[in-house]
Design a protein around this ligand. Structure first.
Ligand code: MRU
Length: 337
């Protein structure tokens, strides 16, 4: 068993033979409620409405959505098109559907598609464990780190990307203290990352998103460690809104900035971050806190849920294929020819 397995106890995306069993991430931590998807439309809805979220997890869920479509004799092309349109930014969704579509084009039936979806899920977990070791090796013993959004078991097949590095770093003694930004408006940091860290006994403190620069000022934070939704060919990285301002603050304060993502998040067909579609969600998400309206009726809001961090602000991109230091197009092409 992996030495870090004790720091990892959650599997939020579960295939139960005839349905996809999902831990409803909208309700955590108040309620640990599970939902069952029995059709590809159920899976599309779960992705769109954030019951399942996080780039690798939505790719995995979509792969299971294709299996459900095949089991129920749905039109596979239209099921895949609908799943693909559920969210625009995380390329893992498109990657998983392209892989499933490859098997469909070869004439695969439901049983073979089930094996393919299982492989996608298992490969993600293995990639996360490997990235955990690679990323943790970059961190000096006793470091304090800051993370953003949720990149843990909830967002992946298990263990996590940035949170996988944090799990490995805590287990090996490199990381002494973790800080997690709240991540408005959905509060993935407050609701989900803190839930994972506390359950796993990892020393963690929540900060308001706006406290990040002040936190970095005293020099204790050594790394900002985040995940990604899409990494362009030049290393520009789309991730949860607020990541870009963390990267700017980190550079200003001499704090290193690490992006951790599997190769399924790398999109070499997208030249730069300017070509990445940024999801805009409904203004109401920002006008309320946990469903309670906090802003005057009649007010408007702008709610982009991702931003792009330029490659020059990134010190390391950690993938399961290896680590890219000071990423640019040339460095990216070495690992992703
Ligand atoms: O809107 P979300 O919660 O799906 O956004 C998630 C993120 O931005 C994560 O940082 C990213 O998907 C990486 S998850 C391993």
């Amino acid at each position: 068993m992996n030495a870090n397995a004790s720091h990892d106890s959650i599997r939020a995306v579960q295939w139960h033979g005839d349905r996809l069993h999902l831990l409803d991430q909208r309700r955590l931590p108040a309620e640990e409620t599970w939902i069952d998807c029995t059709s590809s439309d159920d899976v599309t809805r779960a992705i769109r409405d954030l019951a399942v979220r996080g780039a690798p997890a939505i790719g995995i869920a979509a792969a299971w959505g294709v299996v459900l479509a095949a089991m129920h004799g749905e039109n596979l092309s239209s099921a895949m098109a609908t799943l693909r349109a559920a969210r625009p930014t995380a390329v893992n969704l498109m990657w998983a559907l392209d892989r499933m579509n490859g098997r469909v084009s070869e004439g695969a039936g439901a049983a073979e598609l089930e094996r393919e979806a299982r492989a996608i899920q298992d490969e993600d977990l293995a990639a996360n464990r490997h990235m955990g070791e690679l990323g943790a090796a970059l961190i000096e013993p006793g470091s304090h780190v800051l993370t953003h959004c949720n990149t843990g078991s909830l967002a992946t097949a298990g263990y996590g990307t940035a949170l996988g590095v944090i799990r490995a770093g805590v287990a090996n003694g490199q990381i002494e203290q973790v800080y997690a930004g709240e991540t408005r408006p959905w509060q993935q940091g407050a609701r989900l990352t803190m839930w994972e860290l506390v359950r796993d006994g990892i020393p963690a403190r929540l900060i308001a998103d706006s406290a990040a620069s002040h936190l970095m000022k005293d020099g204790k934070i050594k790394w900002v460690i985040v995940g990604a939704d899409r990494i362009a060919a030049n290393g520009d990285t789309a991730n949860k809104i607020g990541t870009y301002q963390l990267a700017i603050a980190a550079r200003h304060h001499g704090v290193k900035f690490m992006v951790v993502a599997p190769s399924t998040t790398v999109d070499m067909a997208t030249a730069t971050g300017a070509d990445i579609e940024i999801e805009l969600r409904d203004a109401t998400e920002l006008l309320s806190v946990s469903g309670t309206r906090t802003v005057i009726e009649g007010a408007d809001a702008w709610n982009p849920v991702f931003d792009v961090t330029p490659a020059e602000l990134i010190d390391a991109i950690v993938t399961e294929r290896g680590v890219i230091l000071k990423p640019d197009e040339e460095q990216m092409r070495i690992l992703f020819p």
